[in-house]
Design a protein around this ligand. Structure first.
Ligand SMILES: [Zn+2]
Ligand SMILES: [Zn+2]
Ligand SMILES: [Zn+2]
Length: 138
């Protein structure tokens, strides 16, 4: 939390009660990826005078400050997650939407580096869709 607040400050963004509340929601959430609507629904129980556009604007500011990352998944919905600086990919259940993270990255494989030794990747996206253990039954 402190490290994330420091990052906000360092990147020129103020720490407001709303931004702190949003950080808390991420930290307390069992899900890894959250939509703006989900964050709004959780924050409203604490700040009943906050509106959706305020939550959205804060999420965008926090994205610019690199504290939060925004993802656009195949379903066209934007998801947000904390940017904790650890490279990972997502395993997303098509049935219940549960997201797990994996530290496996194909770009780190020696084979990849061997095949593409004349290319320097700077960014990549990889989301793996499938069924979680619970939804795979039957
Ligand atoms: Zn993630
Ligand atoms: Zn599932
Ligand atoms: Zn990767």
């Amino acid at each position: 939390m402190e490290f994330l607040e420091e990052k906000l400050k360092r990147n020129g963004y103020k720490i407001t009660k709303h931004r702190r509340a949003i950080l808390n929601i991420f930290l307390e959430s069992e899900e890894h990826l959250l939509t703006a609507a989900e964050i709004y629904n959780r924050i409203i129980s604490e700040y009943n005078n906050i509106n959706f556009s305020t939550v959205y604007r804060n999420l965008e500011a926090m994205t610019k400050a690199n504290v939060v990352k925004r993802f656009n998944l195949d379903n066209g919905v934007n998801y947000y997650e904390l940017n904790e600086g650890v490279h990972h990919h997502h395993l997303i259940c098509l049935e219940c939407g549960q997201t797990k993270i994996t530290n496996y990255c194909p770009l780190k494989e020696p084979k990849f580096l061997m095949i593409h030794d004349d290319f320097t990747p700077v960014d990549h996206k990889l989301e793996i869709y499938g069924y979680c253990k619970k939804c795979n039954k039957g």
